[in-house]
Design a protein around this ligand. Structure first.
Ligand code: PLP
Length: 391
């Protein structure tokens, strides 16, 4: 008698039984922390739509729509504007590993939690990293940027446009001109600013930028916008060494994502199909609303929130001039335990707000009013919940 292939291969199970869990049912939360925020219902519906193949012409069409919509959202004509498979950190790392070669001088603005992450990445890829520092919550002036660039002569400068750990918005408008004067590229972290704060990649001459999906775009985390302008592409083309990260090598990804026509597209990795549906729908919502209207909505709701905070006797960490509408850091008043308030909001109201990170741990709360969650009724709900927590 012949033994089946399955029997021949079959060893005894080392774990005989798995527990039988109930069907998944996560709790309902209002996500007003530093991200993720609640995805738009249309985005959630898009995520559950039926699968198609990643080389199917219908999918390639969706990918083209994503690129067109991303260019609008970022205000750029950069041909190389793509969704990276992964979270914001993947797109951050894509900038570092593609635009820096071992020994290249890399200047990083550190005024919060995310600059040091860039420093760490730069060091891992062998760049000669120099960091410039400002106290958390402050931003770099044009003079400070120029002084550091003149002194260090970096090949690349990275700045965090919207620092999620502090709620400060770094002005970028003049930074690129200084960079280009000294033959340096400007990379911008726009994870918490994309579609929530005015941002003009081309008019501000930013060479490369990355973002996340889970903040003002109101899509779950897992797909990350990336754009390279002509100077960044030139730096990539002129590399003397291979990009040290295979998965994020944009030369390889370009042959799948950016070739014209379907026939010459080559497989690199399987695109996360449903995450692409999600970001496609999120970006379509940005276009439907209109970018300027969306920026105004974020600002209007943030201003209502700030007014309400003042009435509660609370103060914001960042001066209004540099304060992000998408993320507010509120100073914890003396005598109050920060985590007691965040726990109260979660347990009593199902509302998530963030605790302080790093240097600001225990000193601030972080409240995100991002994308779909930037709404007047959410501002009112938050203020009522905060009032009860502080009583
Ligand atoms: N940069 C900034 C400013 C962020 O706020 C975040 C995440 O919150 C990241 C980078 C990293 O993104 P992710 O956590 O999606 O990998």
């Amino acid at each position: 008698m012949q033994t089946s292939f399955l029997r021949q291969q079959q060893d005894k199970l080392i774990i005989e039984k798995a527990p039988v869990f109930e069907p998944l049912d996560p709790p309902c939360r209002l996500l007003c922390g530093p991200g993720p925020c609640n995805p738009h219902p249309r985005v959630l519906r898009a995520l559950s739509m039926q699968e198609i193949g990643h080389l199917d012409s219908a999918f390639l069409h969706i990918m083209e729509e994503i690129k067109i919509l991303l260019r609008y959202t970022w205000q750029t004509k950069n041909e190389f504007t793509i969704p990276v498979s992964g979270t914001g950190s993947a797109a951050m790392e894509a900038c570092v590993c593609n635009l820096l070669e071992p020994g290249d001088k890399f200047l990083v603005g550190c005024n919060g939690y995310f600059g040091p992450r860039l420093v760490e990445m730069g060091q891992r890829y062998g760049a000669s990293v120099v960091s410039m520092h400002k106290p958390w919550g402050q931003v770099f002036s044009v003079e400070e940027l120029e002084e550091n660039i003149r002194k260090h002569r970096p090949k690349v400068l990275a700045l965090i446009h919207a620092e999620t750990s502090t709620g400060a918005c770094q002005p970028l408008k003049e930074a690129a001109d200084i960079c280009h004067h000294y033959d340096c590229l400007l990379v911008a972290d726009t994870v918490t600013s994309i579609s929530g704060v005015p941002l003009h990649i081309d008019q501000w001459n930013i060479d490369a930028a990355y973002a996340g999906s889970q903040k003002c775009l109101s899509c779950p985390p897992g797909i990350a916008p990336l754009t390279f302008g002509p100077r960044a592409l030139e730096k990539l083309r002129k590399r003397r060494s291979k990009v040290k990260n295979w998965y994020l090598d944009m030369n390889l990804i370009a042959s799948y994502l950016t070739s014209n026509g379907n026939s010459n597209r080559s497989y690199h990795h399987t695109a996360p199909i449903n995450m692409c549906y999600g970001i496609r729908e999120a970006l379509a919502l940005v276009a439907e609303e209109g970018l300027e209207q969306r920026w105004s909505r974020h600002e209007r709701n943030a201003m209502h929130f700030w007014k309400g905070l003042k009435e509660l006797g609370l103060t914001c960490l960042v001066p209004q001039q540099y304060r992000l509408p998408s993320l507010t850091t509120i100073q914890v008043p003396p005598g109050i335990r920060a985590t007691a308030v965040t726990s109260h909001l979660l347990e009593k109201f199902g509302i998530e707000i963030g605790n302080g990170l790093g240097e600001l741990q225990g000193k601030v709360w972080r409240v995100g009013l991002m994308g779909y969650n930037s709404r007047e009724e959410i501002v009112q709900t938050l203020l009522v919940a905060l009032r009860t927590a502080l009583l």
